[in-house]
Design a binder for this molecule. Structure first.
Ligand SMILES: [Zn+2]
Length: 266
């Protein structure tokens, strides 16, 4: 594979494994853009929000069908405001319904949002983050690739033990004002409490509780590991990269990623 032929790369790994610093290396090395599921959901939910609908989203759900009501009904219920970008508004509504209700987002929703967003860049030039996360999403992506004739060139699996992830996340603090990230042990704020940059008192992110960390780790084992198996069985090259480095410098991060990638480049 030639370096300039690389079209798309997947980055997978447990939440908190240290994916972002590896993604940054790939973006720079290959001149790609990041495509994260979180960003896709926010994009469509923003379009829905812009249409100004204020009612309860539960009215769009048909509990007999256990799915959304007919599109024609929904369009009528949304009214005039939402005309124009109806397809995107509907995607935003469906995304928001699941996100707001805290229900598990079904693969068919995630897949359709992903496809719509990815098609805007002609299915090219992305480092994907957070997708695919389940075997259903992995299957969808591989089938989409063969249908739309794009490549997923390889996947990077950032490996980290559950223990080191817990240690990393439980010690993490962020500045609510300037968003700088600290760690009580590895990069402590002033007196363990105050942001070095702006002096605000640092806080624990609401996602960084032991229970939430545990539940995300379980989800990885139950859903994402089988997805990685599926990709492997479909001949996608999976390159393992250590999430933990004894000396965490930008140069070491870059080397740990590129050492693996160079092996499959011409
Ligand atoms: Zn700050």
């Amino acid at each position: 594979m030639k370096r300039e032929d690389v079209q798309n790369i997947l980055v997978m790994g447990k939440s908190g494994a240290g994916k972002q610093s590896r993604i940054d290396v790939l973006l720079e090395e290959f001149g790609l853009e990041q495509l994260s599921t979180g960003e896709i959901f926010r994009y469509y939910m923003r379009i829905f929000n812009e249409c100004g609908f204020k009612g309860d989203l539960a009215q769009f759900w048909d509990s007999d069908l256990d799915w959304f009501r007919d599109v024609v009904d929904i369009v009528e219920m949304l009214g005039e405001n939402c005309k124009g970008r109806m397809k995107e508004v509907l995607m935003g509504l469906k995304a928001k319904y699941f996100v707001d209700s805290g229900k598990y987002v079904p693969d068919r929703i995630t897949n359709s949002l992903f496809k719509a967003y990815f098609s805007r860049s002609n299915y090219r030039c992305k480092v994907m983050d957070g997708f695919p996360r389940t075997p259903g999403q992995a299957k969808f992506l591989m089938e989409l690739a063969s249908r739309k004739k794009f490549n997923i060139d390889f996947a990077i699996l950032v490996y980290n033990s559950d223990e080191s992830i817990k240690e990393r996340l439980l010690g993490r603090r962020i500045c609510p004002k300037c968003k700088k990230v600290y760690h009580l042990e590895f990069e402590p704020p002033t007196d363990g409490r105050y942001c070095i940059a702006c002096g605000s008192e640092v806080i624990i992110r609401s996602d960084d509780t032991e229970e939430k960390i545990r539940s995300r780790l379980n989800e990885f084992t139950e859903k994402t590991e089988p997805a990685i198996e599926y990709l492997k069985n479909n001949n996608l090259k999976i390159l393992s990269v250590p999430g933990h480095l004894d000396l965490f410098t930008p140069e070491n991060v870059r080397r740990s990623v590129m050492e693996q990638v160079e092996k499959i480049l011409d």
